[in-house]
Write a protein that binds this ligand. Structure first.
Ligand code: NAD
Ligand code: IPM
Ligand code: MN
Length: 359
């Protein structure tokens, strides 16, 4: 099968980790007889430098014309002046909005080999397998912003329809898992959260009576996530809470560099990216962990191209590479770390050895 993949490497370590994922996609494609074509476009800081805006029209058009989008990361100190006219992050928010990508899936499954990299006690991590569904195109990220000499404001708004669709998506995903949904809000303080809770309750009662729904306030959720992570199956929450809780949840896996994500809408192209940022502190050094992006490529195959077997091939190869001790610096505790290229080679060699093509 032929597939056109739009590549948005972005800034900082973005180009390093997307290059790794492209190598892995090419290897899996070759093995399974697929013709993956890659077309690169600018987004974020590099797009500001080259075109004066963080999401050029050509980038958006290229993504809309593709079968799927793979993104690295955007942002960095060069573009972080609080008074800058445009910011790299606006490009990311704009593309999520323009493509209608309201559901951001962030799976968290600690691997046995990386449990030592987590600051959390090993017995709490065994069997953890949760999926955060983060609402991605609403809430405080997208409300009107004001700023004057006296102060500033960010408006937080959710429509009923926005909550309904992300809740349906979370419940549908939970049906294929363990049937448990934890809806996270701040309903003791925020009106948007009271709406969120009402809608969640109604959707589950009327449309998903087989799903067990629990509500949890976001502050205590931040604690429970670390204290009893095994208790969670699907966690659904609004945009900013999901952003914060998933960086926290990455510590269950052992590193921010390990977590992938899929951003999905309805009938639009899907966008795949690691949950981490551009990591300016390590950019250009060849030491970034590529696994979060490689695993995002696996999600791309599964969700956008319907290639479940090929996706599993990548996931199994990453699992095997980790079991073999192919650790980048963020994972290695004994000082024997691999660089990005070497870790990617470890995945490629596992694909070569283990990836079976069934007909
Ligand atoms: P960050 O995720 O870039 O980095 C946080 C820490 O994690 C750093 O110490 C970094 O070195 C480490 N880290 C992250 N990814 C890693 C990897 N793959 N391998 C090894 N270590 C890794 O967050 P930050 O420092 O708060 O933000 C830096 C910039 O990235 C900001 O401009 C921010 O807006 C942007 N950002 C972009 C995205 C995105 O494009 N999706 C996501 C988050 C942050
Ligand atoms: C993420 C990032 C983005 C977000 C920023 C860079 C806009 O932190 O993808 O998690 O907050 O959504
Ligand atoms: Mn984030």
């Amino acid at each position: 099968m032929r597939a056109d993949i739009a590549l948005l490497p972005g800034d900082g370590i973005g180009p390093e980790v997307t290059a790794a994922a492209v190598e892995v996609l090419r290897a899996v494609g070759a093995r399974h007889g697929h013709d993956f074509r890659f077309d690169s476009f600018d987004i974020g800081g590099i797009a500001i430098d080259r075109h004066g805006e963080p999401l050029p029209q050509a980038t958006l058009d290229g993504c809309k014309a593709a079968d799927a989008v793979l993104l690295g990361a955007v942002g960095g100190p060069k573009w972080s002046d609080p008074n800058a006219r445009v910011r790299p992050e606006q490009g990311l928010l704009a593309i999520r909005r323009a493509l209608g990508l309201y559901a951001n899936l962030r799976p968290v499954r600690p691997h046995a080999a990386t449990i030592g990299a987590s600051p959390i006690k090993p017995h709490l991590l065994a069997g953890v397998d949760l999926l955060v569904v983060r609402e991605l195109t609403g809430g405080i990220y997208f409300g009107d912003k004001t700023r004057d000499a006296e102060g500033a404001s960010d408006r937080c708004y959710y429509s009923v329809a926005e909550v309904e669709r992300v809740m349906r998506r979370a419940c549908t995903l939970a049906r294929a898992r363990r049937g448990h949904v934890t809806s996270v809000d701040k309903a003791n303080v925020l009106e948007t959260s009271r709406l969120w809770r009402d809608v969640a309750t109604r959707i589950v009662r009327d449309e998903f009576p087989d799903i067990t729904l629990e509500h949890q306030l976001v502050d205590s959720m931040a604690m429970h996530l670390i204290a009893r992570p095994r208790a969670y199956d699907v966690v659904v929450t609004e945009n900013m809470f999901g952003d914060i809780l998933t960086d926290e949840a990455s510590m269950l896996a052992g590193s921010l560099g390990l977590l992938p994500s899929a951003s999905l809408g309805e009938g639009t192209v899907g966008l795949y990216e690691p949950i981490h940022g551009s990591a300016p502190d390590i950019a250009g050094k060849g030491v970034a962990n590529p696994y979060g992006t490689i695993l995002s490529a696996a999600l791309l195959l599964r969700h956008s191209l319907g290639m479940a077997q090929e996706a599993a091939c990548i996931e199994d190869a990453v699992d095997a590479a980790l079991s073999d001790g192919a650790f980048t610096a963020d994972l290695a505790s004994d000082g024997r770390a691999m660089g990005t290229a070497e870790a990617t080679l470890a995945v490629l060699s596992r694909i070569d050895q283990d990836c079976r093509v069934s007909d």
